[in-house]
Design a binder for this molecule. Sequence first.
Ligand SMILES: [Zn+2]
Length: 377
Amino acid sequence: MQLRGINLLKIRGVQVVIDYSWFVIFLLVVFSMAESYFPRTEKSYSTPEYWLMGIVAALLLFLSVLAHELAHSLVAMGQGMRVLSIRLFIFGGVAQVSSEPRSGRHEFLIALAGPATSMALACIFGSVYLVLWMGGWLRPVAAVAGYLATANGLLAFFNMIPGFPLDGGRILRAILWDRWNDLTRATKTASRIGNGFALVLILFGAVLLFFTQALVAGLWFIFIGLFMKQSAVGSYQAAVLKEALKGVQVRQIMTENVVSVDWLTSLDELIRDYVYRHHLSSFPVLDREEFVGMVSLADIRPVPKELWGFKQVRDVMTAADRVLSLRPGDDATEALTRMVAADVGRMPVLEDGRLVGIVSRRDIMNLFKIKSDLGLT
Ligand SMILES: [Zn+2]
């Protein structure tokens, strides 16, 4: 999957990505530290010194958020889950995990690891601050440490708000999941509470904005509330979708009469007799009876039009060993998850290397729509 941002480094196989929106926060933190916070708390320094303190504080804050997300990731990996990436963006960080935790107990530990790390960092920075402050040494270092203790404490506190998808909401979901033994029901309840907290944050932001004229803080609460609301609604819908597709297998929804292309077909013919006629964007490719790959519009696009008569499907297709496929017995929810993750609209269904059908994202969503129209969700 293409990530919008800068790939910074890899830690134990986990790609750390900095979203472009993160730089806004970085500049905002440096600016507010250098121009207002430090000059107010520490009076006797020059402007460049304040800016240096601001930059150091912002960098350490960045490392603190990274440590929080790494803690989630390492615990998840310790439980055998695959963590694809950690993404730092304007509201903090997100660790992208390839699967759901196996049980409430597992999720509880993964979710707790982040706030626990932030709390530990708050204690460490707090101790540094206290020691330096009591001794009267290294005042600028003490000021930066004091700021980081507060920031990490707030990070731990804020993340413990019990609304899904925040860590506190995940912990709540884990407890409900463990008690009810029903992930879908737990997700629905936790995301409803998340939605409620999001509304409270938006309202609080609006109050700040209108009654105290605290522009930045007010807008920040409103934005983070909107972001939380969107995530809560998303996870609620995902839970409903999962419930509707429960027990449905790929064989029940796949199209069996697959329009396939012979691998010696020219690209001209492919466009004229397949793409235009069937209005599909990808086709399975066969060599006689054998499945040898998939060809899609994306494979044809780089080939100049003058060459379409000379090139064959086998020259541009994605070979079978690199094609993601499904089996008839696979779960429909799992199929949808894999298609979304791979960003493909259609996936071939193979049985012992033989093509037996094809599933599209639209098929799955149609089934969901039919089920909800019939009141079955
Ligand atoms: Zn977290």
